[in-house]
Design a protein around this ligand. Structure first.
Ligand code: SF4
Length: 81
């Protein structure tokens, strides 16, 4: 997981909203996965995530891709802050 700095941007996951459709994982498997623990969206570096809301920092190189996943999510569970 990236640390907060000028080369990263913050993203919030509203995991309670996630319906585990997998659209975001299909589009950006290098960023998102589905948690092995509860089946909902998780950051790829923390595949055992179970919290209801999670804040992560992601490298700016992935900003466009993460915005695409934000747009494709049918329940607005991924929010670029
Ligand atoms: S697209 Fe949204 S609802 Fe579907 S798995 Fe990703 S975060 Fe969950």
């Amino acid at each position: 997981m990236a640390k907060p700095n000028m080369l990263t941007f913050p993203v919030k996951l509203y995991r309670l909203r996630c319906i585990a459709c997998g659209y975001c994982v299909s589009l950006a498997p290098e960023i998102w996965t589905l948690s092995k623990a509860d089946g909902k969206v998780a950051f790829i570096d923390n595949g055992d995530e179970t919290k209801s809301e999670v804040n992560v920092f992601i490298d700016r190189d992935f900003l466009h891709l993460v915005k695409q996943t934000e747009a494709i999510c049918p329940v607005r569970a991924i929010r670029v802050m």
